[in-house]
Write a protein that binds this ligand. Structure first.
Ligand code: SDX
Length: 426
């Protein structure tokens, strides 16, 4: 027996079905609301509105739970690899040894990009942001792989091609921005090790693969791999709903992630900590600024639309910061500053009352700095991690018979009808 909610309006009562998810979360299905009542709903920022049902990721913002296809992210971070987690997200279950080996072969075979793509990089102005470059280059892949347009190509090949090439595209933008030789992917290196080698190897100074950094990158990307209907994933679903090719939909997701309120926050956190250092002012001074509604300053890396407790990913990354820095025998003053900021904020009534805790971006920059990633590529690292999630969500929406062209309604509040006035009468 389906539960129902009733809406009473102007003396009429409307029954609206209530659907229940695996974990007991409930939603009112309003898909027939306008047809039956003439009403629409309004929910700026969609804080109360579900866009779809999904079997990919479960989050509980009050309890700080995150699971991919039912598996807790803590277990995946401890036992899985990013390559395996990407397979889990896209295909729905963990691969057998045979499936994982085939996936690895496909990733390797697809890891090169067309040599003509180098010319694109040469024409971006010096100092172009790597997120703008990545979004453009992923979109450009469509021109080199038109088969997808007919959807004849086996989806596995398309998905694996994108998962593999995104590393190469990102590393190429780094190398070419510095005028360095592009380093090609190697068949003998794992997914993460290959990326690090493409970023940091050089003909005159061979890069030594540090397994601690490879492990840290695996965990970093596992933690970023999916997060239900966040801003950039919603952009991928929205753009994909027009039945555009996958590359264009992913390119839109990269653009959405770039914003400092979303994935761009990891770069903004480090810049905030560096600004605080340069200002010579106290941490408390900035905490007070963040609390002042008249002051646009916000603590970057703090707060979340869904998590009203500590982001489970931030917990893991914070521990990883200490472990990686200890192993590398390096210290980073920004880590000490971040810990001091967290300690002060979490004791402050304003942050407690607003349920503001560190999110995934608060400590992630520390790990990326330890690996040697430049600050302006931090969000590119987020995008590479999120790619399997975007692809899984896109695929789920394409396979969903209920999924239609996304076209929200609005409530018009502009001028009532009026006539055109010739310019000399205005
Ligand atoms: C990501 O959605 C996802 O899942 C995203 C993500 C993913 O994996 O895809 O988790 C990745 O984007 C993490 C978030 C990264 N962004 C930041 O760290 C930027 C700083 N955070 C804030 O801008 C903010 O917390 C948001 C945008 C993340 C969420 O804000 P909401 O849900 O829109 O809430 P809000 O802006 O309406 O804030 C509610 C109150 C306000 O105070 P009042 O006006 O009610 O008095 O909380 C305050 C805000 O001023 N507030 C903050 C704050 N965040 C919210 N005050 C100070 N510092 C902050 N960081």
């Amino acid at each position: 027996m389906t539960e129902a909610a009733t809406l009473t309006y102007q003396g009429k009562t409307y029954e609206l079905p209530v659907i229940e998810g695996t974990e007991g979360e409930k939603g009112i299905d309003i898909s027939r609301l306008r047809q039956t009542s003439g009403l629409i709903t309004l929910d700026s920022g969609y804080a109360n509105t579900g866009s779809c049902t999904s079997a990919i990721t479960f989050m509980d913002g009050e309890k700080g739970i995150l699971r991919y296809r039912g598996i807790p992210v803590e277990q995946l971070a401890r036992h899985s690899s990013f390559r395996e987690t990407a397979y889990l997200l896209v295909r729905g279950s963990l691969p057998t040894r045979k499936e994982l080996n085939r996936f690895s072969v496909l990733l390797n075979d697809a890891s090169l990009v067309h040599e003509d793509m180098k010319v694109f990089y040469q024409n971006f102005p010096k100092g172009s942001h790597p997120m703008g470059i990545l979004s453009s280059m992923v979109n450009a892949l469509r021109s080199f792989y038109p088969e997808l347009q007919t959807m004849e190509e086996e989806i596995d090949i398309t998905v694996t091609r994108l998962l593999s090439k995104v590393r190469t595209l990102a590393a190429m933008s780094y190398k070419m921005s510095r005028g360095h030789t592009v380093v090609y992917p190697r068949p003998d290196l794992s997914y993460c090790a290959n990326f690090l080698n493409m970023m940091f190897d050089s003909p005159v100074k061979p890069y030594e693969i540090d397994e601690d950094l490879v492990e840290a990158l695996n965990v970093f990307w596992i933690l970023h791999a999916d997060h239900e209907q966040n801003c950039s994933t919603s952009a991928v679903r929205m753009v994909g709903s027009g039945r555009v090719n996958l590359y264009a939909a992913i390119s839109a997701g990269i653009a959405a992630l770039w914003g400092p309120l979303h994935g761009g926050a990891n770069q903004a956190v480090v810049e905030m900590l560096q600004d605080i250092t340069a200002s010579g002012k106290s941490m408390q001074h900035y905490i007070e600024r963040a609390k002042d509604r008249q002051d646009p300053f916000r603590l970057m890396g703090f707060g979340h639309r869904v998590y009203k407790t500590y982001d489970p990913r931030a917990k893991i990354i914070k521990v990883m910061c200490d472990r990686v820095l200890d192993k590398l025998k390096i210290s980073d003053p920004l880590l000490d500053m971040a810990k001091e900021m967290e300690e002060i904020a979490l004791r402050d009534d304003y942050f407690i009352e607003h349920n503001l805790y560190p999110n995934v971006d608060f400590y992630s920059g520390i790990i990326l700095r330890a690996i040697g990633i430049p600050t302006n590529m931090f969000t590119v690292m987020f995008a590479i991690g999120r790619l399997p999630g975007w692809i899984a969500q896109w695929k789920e929406s394409m396979d969903d018979p209920q999924w239609k062209l996304c076209r929200p309604r609005q409530i018009y509040v502009g001028p009532a009808e009026r006539d055109y006035t010739p310019v000399d009468q205005r």
